[in-house]
Design a protein around this ligand. Structure first.
Ligand code: ADP
Length: 558
C-alpha cells in the first residue's frame, strides 16, 4: 500500500500567474519601484538642499557687500554735503568763493575728506566761481535744464553732466543757496570712486538714480550694461540692479542720508548657480537608476521563480488530491477486504476444526490434509487481522496525551506478561518519565516489539528490557532482547510491509508488525530504528519528538 502524502502545507497559497494582474505586477515589482521613488526623492532633496545652501551663502555675501557699500556711500555723501554747506555759508557770509575753495584745498591736505574735484557757486545765469570754469558752465546748463522742468529743489540733488567719455557720466551734487534765488553751491566729485572702491571697480552692482519731485530722472552708472529702472509705483526707489543674480533695490532720498536696501533673488538665478547642485542631482539620479535597474532585474527573476513555484504548487496540490483520494480508496478497500475475508476464514476454520473434533473416519492422509487446512486458515486469519490492524493504525489520527509510566506498563503487561512467563522469560521495565504520545498507537507499537522479542527468542532464557530516555528532543523508548538478532543488511527492510526474514513454516508471522511500528513513529513525526547483532540480541528504538508534527490521517476509525 503506497500511502505517501506529500506535505505541501508550507507552500504559498496563491496559484497560477497572479502577478500578471496589475496588483500582482505592482506587488512583484514593489521593491524596485520603492527604490526608484526613494532615490528620486533623495536626489531632489539633495539637489534643493545644495541649491538652498548655495543661495543662502550668496545672499549673505550680498548683504555684507551691500551694507559695506551703504556705509561708504553715506560717509562720502555726508562729507560732500558738509563741503556744500560750508560753501553756501561762505557765500552767505560774503566770503569770496576762492577763499572757501582755498580753505578746502588746505583742509584736503590735512583732513581725510572725499577727493574734491571741483567746487563752486552757480546761478541760473552764470557761474559765480569755480575751480574749473568749464565744469562750472556744464553745471550751469544742468541746473538750467532742471529748473525748466520743475520747481527748484529745496534739498541737495544729483545732476548728470554731459558725458565726458562713452560709458561714463559725470555727476554734480548741488544744494540750493538761501542767499539768492536759483543760486546753488555745487560740487563735482569723483562719485564713481566714492561708490565703487578700487578693488570692486569691475563689479556691476552699483546704479544710483535720483528722483526728484517733478525733476528729470538722473542716473549715475559706472557700467553702461546696467539698466536703472524706476516705476511710478516705486517712487523713492533709488536703484534696481537687473543683471546680478539678485535684484538690488535701493531706496532713499537724496542726499542719501537714509538709504535702505532690499535684496530680491532673481528667478533665473537658480540656473546661474555653479555646477555643484546639478552634479549632485546627476550623481544621485545615476545611482538611483543603477540600483533600480539591479533591483528590477532581481525582481523579475524573483517573479519568475515565484511563478514557477506557484505552478508547481498547483500541480502538487492536484497530485495531492489524487493521492489522498486513492489512499482513501485503498484504505477502505483494505479494511473491507480484510473484514470480509474474516467470515469465510472463520467458517473454514470452524468446519475443519469440527471435522477434526468429531474424528470422522478418515484415513491418515485425509487427517493430515484437514490439519493443514486448519493451520492455513489460522494463518490466513492472523494475516487478515494484522492487515486490519495496520489499516486501522494507518488511518488513525494522533491524539497525543501524557501517558504515565505505570499506565503504559499495565497496558502491555495485561496483554503479554503471561506469555513472557509461559516461555520462562523475564520482562523488565525501566520507564520513569511519562511519554507524550497517542496511547492507542504507542501501545500497539510496544506490543508488536515485545511480541517479536518473544517470537524471535534464542535458546536461552528470554530477557526483555523496556526503557526510556527523555530529553528536550522528546522520548526514546527502547525494547531490547537477547534473542536471535538481525544481520545489519536487513536493518532497513524489516520495517517494510510484508518483509520477513523467516519463512512461514519456520516462524509464523505476517511481516506487518514492524511496518505498523514505523507507521506509528511516522504519525508522531518520529522515527524507529534497530541495532542488533545476530546471536546476541536486538535493540529497537522508537523516538517520539516532544514537539510533534503528526501527519494527518484519513479517518479516525479505530
Ligand atoms: P513478523 O514478525 O510478522 O514476521 P515483523 O514486521 O514484526 O513481521 O518483523 C519483520 C521481520 O523482522 C521478522 O520476520 C523477523 O525476521 C525480524 N524481527 C523482528 N523483530 C525481531 C527481533 N526482536 N529479533 C530478531 N528478528 C526480528
Amino acid at each position: 500500500m503506497n500511502l505517501t502524502r506529500p506535505d505541501i502545507s508550507s507552500s504559498t497559497q496563491s496559484g497560477g500567474a497572479r502577478y500578471e494582474t496589475l496588483s500582482g505586477l505592482l506587488e512583484a515589482y514593489r521593491t524596485p519601484v520603492a527604490i526608484i521613488l526613494f532615490g528620486v526623492i533623495v536626489s531632489l532633496s539633495l539637489f534643493f538642499a545644495t541649491l538652498l545652501g548655495h543661495s543662502r551663502a550668496k545672499e549673505r555675501e550680498f548683504r555684507n557687500h551691500a551694507a559695506a557699500r551703504i556705509a561708504e556711500i553715506q560717509t562720502g555723501f555726508t562729507a560732500i554735503e558738509a563741503e556744500l554747506t560750508e560753501l553756501a555759508h561762505a557765500a552767505g557770509a560774503g566770503l569770496a568763493p576762492q577763499t572757501v575753495i582755498g580753505i578746502f584745498g588746505v583742509a584736503d591736505g590735512e583732513v581725510a575728506t572725499p577727493p574734491v574735484r571741483d567746487l563752486g557757486l552757480v546761478s541760473r545765469d552764470a557761474a559765480l566761481h569755480a575751480i574749473d570754469a568749464g565744469t562750472a558752465r556744464q553745471v550751469q546748463r544742468a541746473v538750467a535744464y532742471m529748473l525748466e522742468r520743475g520747481p527748484a529743489p529745496q534739498t541737495p540733488v544729483l545732476l548728470p553732466l554731459p558725458a565726458a567719455a562713452p560709458g561714463e557720466v559725470p555727476f554734480v551734487l548741488i544744494a540750493p543757496l538761501p542767499a539768492g534765488p536759483y543760486a546753488y553751491a555745487y560740487v563735482t566729485s569723483d562719485f564713481d570712486a566714492l561708490v565703487q572702491p578700487t578693488e570692486l571697480r569691475s563689479d556691476p552692482a552699483w546704479v544710483i538714480s535720483s528722483l526728484y519731485d517733478g525733476s528729470p530722472q538722473f542716473a549715475l552708472a559706472r557700467n553702461a550694461n546696467l539698466r536703472a529702472r524706476t516705476t511710478p509705483a516705486m517712487m523713492g526707489v533709488i536703484s534696481v540692479l537687473d543683471t546680478a543674480p539678485y535684484a538690488l533695490h535701493w531706496s532713499g532720498e537724496a542726499p542719501f542720508d537714509v538709504v535702505d536696501i532690499a535684496i530680491v533673488p532673481r528667478r533665473s538665478y537658480l540656473l546661474q548657480f555653479g555646477p555643484l547642485p546639478w552634479l549632485v542631482l546627476a550623481f544621485c539620479l545615476f545611482a538611483t537608476a543603477a540600483i533600480g535597474a539591479l533591483a528590477l532585474k532581481d525582481a523579475r527573476r524573483t517573479a519568475e521563480i515565484r511563478r514557477q513555484v506557484d505552478l508547481k504548487t498547483a500541480e502538487l496540490r492536484r497530485s495531492q488530491a489524487v493521492i489522498e483520494a486513492k489512499n482513501e480508496e485503498l484504505a477502505r478497500f483494505a479494511a473491507h477486504a480484510s473484514h470480509d475475508l474474516q467470515a469465510p476464514l472463520r467458517a473454514m476454520k470452524g468446519m475443519s476444526s469440527l471435522l477434526v473434533e468429531r474424528q470422522i473416519d478418515l484415513d491418515d492422509r485425509s487427517q493430515q490434509m484437514l490439519q493443514r487446512i486448519n493451520r492455513g486458515a489460522d494463518r490466513a486469519q492472523r494475516l487478515v487481522q494484522d492487515l486490519l490492524s495496520y489499516t486501522k493504525a494507518d488511518m488513525a489520527q494522533v491524539n497525543a496525551e501524557t501517558i504515565p509510566p505505570e499506565t503504559l506498563r499495565s497496558e502491555i503487561d495485561e496483554l503479554l506478561a503471561a506469555t513472557v512467563e509461559e516461555c520462562g522469560g523475564r520482562l523488565r521495565w525501566q520507564i520513569d518519565a511519562p511519554v507524550e504520545a497517542d496511547r492507542f498507537l504507542l501501545t500497539r507499537a510496544l506490543q508488536n516489539l515485545i511480541s517479536n522479542a518473544i517470537k524471535y527468542r534464542a535458546d536461552r532464557p528470554l530477557r526483555i528490557d523496556v526503557s526510556t530516555r527523555t530529553d528536550a528532543d522528546g522520548s526514546t523508548i527502547c525494547v531490547s532482547d537477547n534473542g536471535m538478532g538481525i544481520e545489519p543488511k536487513h536493518f532497513e527492510r524489516i520495517f517494510r510491509v510484508f518483509e520477513r526474514l523467516h519463512g512461514a513454516d519456520e516462524i509464523e508471522g505476517s511481516g506487518i508488525g514492524l511496518a505498523l511500528c514505523k507507521r506509528v513513529a511516522d504519525l508522531h513525526g518520529g522515527r524507529i530504528w534497530v541495532e542488533s547483532e545476530p546471536g546476541v540480541g536486538s535493540h529497537f528504538f522508537l523516538h517520539i519528538p516532544s514537539v510533534q508534527a503528526p501527519r494527518a490521517a484519513i479517518s479516525n476509525d479505530r
